[in-house]
Ligand binder design. Structure first.
Ligand code: 13P
Ligand code: SF4
Length: 311
């Protein structure tokens, strides 16, 4: 089996031969981040995909991210190294459930978190990320707003905007962030007294209230870069420590949960994307992500509507 450096060199060669780029999510394993042309959060990477002249885009992230890049870039070949890399949030909301909620509350705008399938996105009015949800919800002039599928993010948005959201489903959770407790924070603060706590908004409200900074994966990186602090406890998926080590090398990061303490520290879906699978993806040009044109158009409209609010 080739070692990591050998694989990275082979992948770089394949990228050149095929005029391909790799977009890697901030939670990817170390080697995958090194071989990526761009790393970032799900939305940022989808936008990066729109700006490239490459013939092939390999999306090193979970499936909903690759699907969304494909929907926003209908003219490009988007490959997922492993289409089975799902997401507990994305899996928790199906088209039928969302349609029922839309029938129950016909006046309510539908705001969906980016961690959803493209088919549900096509039924939404707005698509938000953890960094944009508050601004978008605040801007809506509506008594009732349907919001899904992350109940933790919904609770946080309610707290920050003072608006009541109709959660669909009522209890959608990320299987990684759902494990964080106040007790873990107390232990980490005791162990690392000079560190401040950064948390992703998929975490339970009690963690977000205890955190010194709350933000998306990109916002966490930027905050760590600019902060005068040197040590940080990181309440999000373990791969994030790779992104922080690469992009903020002069500071120290401690995960709130390590794999020694709980296998749940690492997202099992993100972990499915490996250098070996990326190499195969480039060699055999698999697995192409196809989104029906009408579905892609509808999802794109919801994105564009959201971007107008944010601009
Ligand atoms: P970001 O959009 O903040 O990168 O988060 C995506 C995700 O899946 C978090 O678990
Ligand atoms: Fe989904 Fe959670 Fe994994 Fe992110 S970390 S991809 S929200 S299961």
């Amino acid at each position: 089996m080739p070692d990591m450096l050998e694989l990275i060199n082979q992948i770089k060669q394949l990228k050149k031969e095929k005029n391909a780029i790799i977009l890697g999510h901030n939670y990817m394993e170390y080697g995958v981040q090194l071989v990526s042309d761009f790393t970032g959060d799900s939305y940022d990477l989808a936008v990066k995909a729109m700006k490239t002249n490459a013939d092939i885009i390999v999306f090193a992230g979970v499936y909903f991210m690759a699907e969304q890049a494909a929907a926003l870039n209908q003219d490009k070949k988007v490959l997922s190294p492993d289409p089975n890399a799902g997401c507990s949030l994305s899996d928790s909301l199906d088209v039928e459930t969302l349609k029922k909620y839309k029938e129950m509350y016909p006046e309510a705008p539908v705001v969906l978190y980016i961690n959803t399938s493209i088919y549900t996105k096509a039924l939404a009015d707005y698509i938000v990320t953890s960094s944009t949800a508050i601004k978008v919800v605040k801007s809506l002039n509506a008594d009732k707003i349907i919001f899904g599928p992350d109940a933790n993010l919904a609770n946080y948005v309610e707290r920050k905007t003072g608006k009541k959201l109709i959660k669909v489903p009522p209890n959608g959770r990320c299987i990684v962030h759902a494990n964080y407790t106040k007790q873990l924070v107390t232990l980490a603060r005791k162990k690392y007294p000079n560190a401040i706590l950064m948390a992703h908004p998929e975490s339970p409200l009690e963690i977000l209230e205890a955190a010194d900074f709350v933000g998306s994966t990109n916002q966490i990186i930027n905050f760590a870069k600019e902060s005068p602090y040197k040590e940080f406890i990181v309440a999000t998926e373990l791969g994030m420590i790779n992104a922080l080590k690469i992009q903020v090398p002069n500071k120290t990061f401690y995960p709130l949960v390590t794999t020694e303490a709980c296998a749940c520290a690492r997202c099992p879906y993100m972990a499915m994307i490996t250098l070996e699978k990326i190499k195969r993806s480039l060699e055999e040009e698999v697995y192409e992500v196809k989104v029906p044109k009408d579905v892609a158009e509808k999802a794109k409209e919801a994105f564009e509507r959201t971007m107008k609010i944010l601009s």
